[in-house]
Ligand binder design. Sequence first.
Ligand code: BES
Ligand code: ZN
Ligand code: ZN
Length: 496
Amino acid sequence: MNIEHTTRHYADITCDLLAFCVFEDEGPKGAAFRALDRLTHRLAGAALSSGEFKPELHRTCLIHNPKGLKARRLLLIGGGKRAAFSLARLRELAGTAVRRARSATSKSVAFVPPLESNTADCARVCVEGAIYGNYESDMYKTRDKEGKDVELFLLATRRGPARRDIEKGIRRGTIIGNAVNFTRTLANEPSNILTPSQLAERAVAIGNEVGLSVEILEREEMQKLGMNTLLAVSRGSDEPPKLIILRIKRQMRALKKGEPLYALVGKGVTFDSGGISIKPSEKMEDMKADMAGGAAVLGAMAALAQLRPRRRVIGLIPAVENLPSGKAVRPGDVVKSYLGKTVEIINTDAEGRLILADALAYAKTLGATRLVDMATLTGAVVIALGSINAGVMGTDQEIIDRLRGNCEITGEKLWQLPIDEEYRKAISSDIADIKNVGNRSGGAITAAKFLQEFAEDTPWVHLDIAGVDLDHDGRPFAAKGATGFGVRTLVQLFSN
Ligand code: BES
Ligand code: ZN
Ligand code: ZN
């Protein structure tokens, strides 16, 4: 999709579809809407007064050959309540415009953001939303493919900041939007295609494109290093494990004294059957996306490589497949982690924390002084927070506050759960230093307590995205399937 900016009056824009937002609580009374109504010889107002169009959030009304406009179609979009308007909502509205255009087979879309939306950040989120909305997850369909991609997105802002700022916003939005869709594609890929090796190959390929150096630790090296909790998970599978390490080429110089090094660590289980503690078959297919955290780290690192963040950051993705077999790790087995702590593996389905344990510890060996992990870690967080908020926990309250403060911009909601010391008891083992599961209660928290043991004193934040990585229903601004959750959250953490 080409993305352009125009300061021309929207009435003079020739395009297949012109999208215009209407606030629910303003209806025909808003100044911008009244101007549109006059221009269109009362066509726009009639859509409202007839009751055909209710400007509730993301509701739409399509008017063909609108009088007074050069556009072939006019799309009215409900913008919700004016007071609830935010950058996150603006992103969604741009997405709704593009998705509605797709179903109307419109190839060129001009989007008129609500009047005050004329900053570089507004341009950025509009572009992010447009790219997000133009995504489809039908990559393996050989027929009945939608094939309805929008080819041109025109951002129509008349007044506002310097053109240069808008152009900058568009550039940022393009980078982030494409990174999110890249992540969605990885998570949508079936596990027979996206094996740990294939994930590593995709990392190398995107790395070459954007300026990431990609190092892959193979099984033999991990054996030498003693990464036995990671290796234990992959033992049941014929697919070799990979530890993918990402560095931004432009940042590859010695750290200044006292300069923090962030490590983003993403769970990369390309399929989670549960292993010997096998899962029930219902919805097991969703476990192809158990690498969504790793995919988000890869997407975010790809975006950051292009955005030149000030802070230093590396990425680690432990990638494995969790299957049962004659070689698989058994419940009750004890292994020694890279850090040296011994782990009793009670449940082989609590595998995410096992691979993250070694990856977090290794990130510190690489010099990381701030740890942020992202993982589809527990069913318990889905019970607690559903599919609206991801869980956030950790020992670095400053980063947690920053992440949560960014939600209004990113649209990715986070809710903090406690990790009091008392929760640690649930995962003490009789035979080893720690066991990999607690009892059923507080499952998202005990999983985090397990990770904390391997972050030790290094400030650490954990994001449990198990409930938000997939969307089975689709939204007016989003295709069904992987959401790409986390990419925007991680990128925003590094915006100055
Ligand atoms: N990958 C799952 C968690 C998950 C569940 C992700 C639902 C997305 C949707 C994880 O590896 C897992 O199986 N966790 C177990 C842990 C339990 C055995 C302590 C769980 O949550 O049931
Ligand atoms: Zn599992
Ligand atoms: Zn898992």
